[in-house]
Design a binder for this molecule. Sequence first.
Ligand code: FEO
Length: 395
Amino acid sequence: MRKKIKNNVSWVGKVDWELRRFHGEEYSTDNGSSYNSYLVEEEKTVLIDTVWRPFSAEFVENLASEIDLNTIDYIIANHGEEDHSGGLPELMEKIPNTPIYCTANAVKSLKGQYHCDWDFHVVKTGDTLDIGNGKSLVFVEMTMLHWPDSMATYLTGDNILFSNDAFGQHYASEKLFNDLVDQCELMSEAIKYFANILTPFNPVLRKKLDEVIGLGLTIDIIATSHGVIWRDNPMQIVSKYLDWSKDYQENQITIIYDTMWGGTKKLAERITEGIEQQDPTVVVKVYNLAKTDRNDVITEVFKSKTVVIGSPTVNNTTLHSIAGFVHLMKQMKFKNKKAASFGCYGWSGESTKILREILQSAGFETMEESLRNQWKPDEAQQSDAIEYGVKIAKM
Ligand code: FEO
């Protein structure tokens, strides 16, 4: 059902409380999500974005109970990905001639996904659409934030930026606005979303944020396409994005390992002791990757200045859990972070060297020396691990 945002602007989206994995199985959504669609009713009636495909029938039915679908003058498709455009095929069956405003790349993505021939109107940054009552929509291309087709739409008069994926969170709430939800949960989901989805696009993001700020638009509300809408101090999330996009790090060292018989785990614990001994001011976090959500660990990597990765040697290489995770770290294109590797072995012992090479290829500055331990660490070897932690803290 519709919820009022401001004046003649309403939310007509879907809150998905059940969602636990997103982008296939790639992203954990422990707090669900939402697909925010908006209705603007001035002299012209405008629908901005829709919902994910599984909810398309419910979306169109709800919308039809609120307004006569034939009164929709314009549809704005800020982004072609299915979680926002998934309602279009069902909707366009009912109103096939309604014009759709989107970027040139969005035409490609919508045609590619839905094999449709709708009435597309391509827009570029700065193009406007008059919707009556002295208000208009201004389009801002958000290329690579996070798809080539992404766009934001600004509503003059009400000063609302419909930002699509940017500034979102995978966070289900019936409360709709940022000032009405638990602030710790909200910021935790916002940073996880940034770390896992937007980090690879940091250089583009910094330029785009400067460009949007340079437009001098008064922004009273940032209406995202996932999670809650920023109406209380909306620029707080813009300020966070500026910080996060500048190769962000805190005074944190994160140790990530997997283990078969506990030897590599023992090393992780002793390394932690050494770091704490050398620098009690540093935050140290330790994760057994096999027992921890990988997207939460990526968020911790995002916050870290140094990452220490451990795996025993198995069949002349690392455990596949660690190899997959380092691949994910590489996808994120982290910059300005250091790394070290460690692990136990029984016979050949290649894992630490392989880890160091993968970490280097992922853009991390690695410590020359890895901690490579044959069999279970005895007392002397555990002391070596503490000393290795001291060196990491000094790095
Ligand atoms: Fe929320 Fe890029 O889709």
